[in-house]
Design a protein around this ligand. Structure first.
Ligand SMILES: C[S@@+](CC[C@H](N)C(=O)[O-])C[C@H]1O[C@@H](n2cnc3c(N)ncnc32)[C@H](O)[C@@H]1O
Length: 257
């Protein structure tokens, strides 16, 4: 299993309170859904939590919806909320799915689930599994926490410097791009001061491109919250995106050949 015990406990407790309080699509998600997804296609959402995204899609007229989450409590709560049973909720680990090959026509890996699964190996497994369960021609929406965004904020830059010194002092081999959560729900995470796991991974653009390539997906378009919020065109590749301002998360639209 990819997600650590600490992650699991975190999702079970504080993060559950935080995420289960959210409802409806945020602006980035609405843009991507409206521009790339087809309501009549068989759609899967990874790390669905309380089903926030799939319930919003149902309201938009999506007819075949599936959501999965690692946490059985979340899956159960989403099933209870789905009073007419129109959405299929499953307990699954994104890095080792039990769905048959070539099942889904659209896959939603938003809310940066790939940043939570740990090592490069697990990140690749997640995308490989998504590829396996996607039908040929399927579309994938996937978002990544961004290293460029992280370094653009003075407070995060300062913390990154602190973390570097802390890891050097204690001989830690955790890559600097993997960092503790700074907030737990609404509260500051004091564990971040002692570099306590679990970590979120902040991706460099070339890593995103490499993960997509290695897992077999074709990158169609890529952009960050900055382009989406200004309704500027997304970019055809990372080279073009690297020349634009990057803020918020990075969103990739991919297809299965
Ligand atoms: C940030 S929350 C997002 C929840 C929901 N998608 C939303 O946007 O409201 C991340 C979710 O991913 C789930 N998750 C984390 N690792 C997972 C894994 N390996 N497989 C499946 N779900 C996972 C967590 O349990 C949590 O519900």
């Amino acid at each position: 299993m990819s997600t650590t015990i600490q992650d699991t406990e975190r999702y079970r407790t504080i993060e559950r309170l935080d995420w289960s309080a959210r409802d409806g699509l945020v602006d980035d998600e609405r843009f991507l859904v409206e521009n790339y997804l087809d309501p009549s296609s068989v759609t899967l959402e990874a790390g669905t939590g309380n089903g926030r995204i799939v319930f919003a899609l149902k309201d938009l007229g999506f007819t075949s919806l599936h959501g999965f989450d690692l946490m059985p409590e979340f899956v159960e709560a989403a099933r209870v909320r789905d009073t007419d049973g129109g959405i299929v909720f499953d307990r699954e680990d994104a890095t080792s799915l039990s769905y048959p090959d070539s099942t889904f026509e659209q896959l939603i890996y938003l809310a940066q689930i790939i940043s939570t699964v740990g090592s490069w190996e697990n990140q690749l497994k997640l995308l490989n599994q998504a590829f396996r369960v996607a039908r040929p021609g399927a579309l994938l929406l996937v978002s990544f926490l961004s290293w460029d965004t992280r370094l653009s904020r003075p407070v995060h830059l300062l913390y990154t410097g602190y973390l570097k010194a802390h890891r050097t002092m204690f001989g830690s081999r955790v890559p600097l791009q993997s960092q503790p959560w700074l907030k737990l729900g609404e509260w500051a995470n004091l564990g971040a001061l002692v570099d306590s796991p679990p970590y979120l991974h902040y991706f460099k653009l070339h890593e995103i491109s490499e993960l997509i390539r290695l897992s077999g997906w074709n990158l169609i378009e890529i952009g960050s919250t900055c382009q989406i919020s200004r309704r500027q065109p997304m970019c055809p590749n990372i080279i073009e995106l690297a020349g634009r301002p990057i803020r918020g998360a990075v969103f990739a639209v991919c297809s299965k050949p």
